[in-house]
Design a protein around this ligand. Structure first.
Ligand SMILES: [Zn+2]
Length: 77
């Protein structure tokens, strides 16, 4: 994915949480995940060199990168 695709994607999502270098966006409009094509629940953008995520649920994750940022697409069962 490139930065233009990411900007476009984020413009359709609802900002949810942001803490330091980790930002979370809600997919309220059922956009398809670019990796598996199922709609994802949240997009998590990690822009730090090292980031930790505390997950409260068991989630399936799809992963891609944009420049140095890591993008996680979460899927709940
Ligand atoms: Zn996916």
């Amino acid at each position: 994915m490139n930065e233009t695709d990411l900007d476009e994607l984020i413009s359709s999502l609802t900002p949810h949480e942001s803490a330091d270098s980790v930002k979370t966006y809600r997919n309220t409009v059922s956009i398809s995940c670019p990796a598996c094509e199922d709609p994802f629940d949240d997009l998590v953008v990690c822009s730090g060199e090292y980031d930790s995520l505390e997950l409260s649920k068991v989630l399936d994750l799809c992963v891609t990168t944009v420049d140095d940022d890591v993008l996680l697409f979460t899927h709940q069962h």
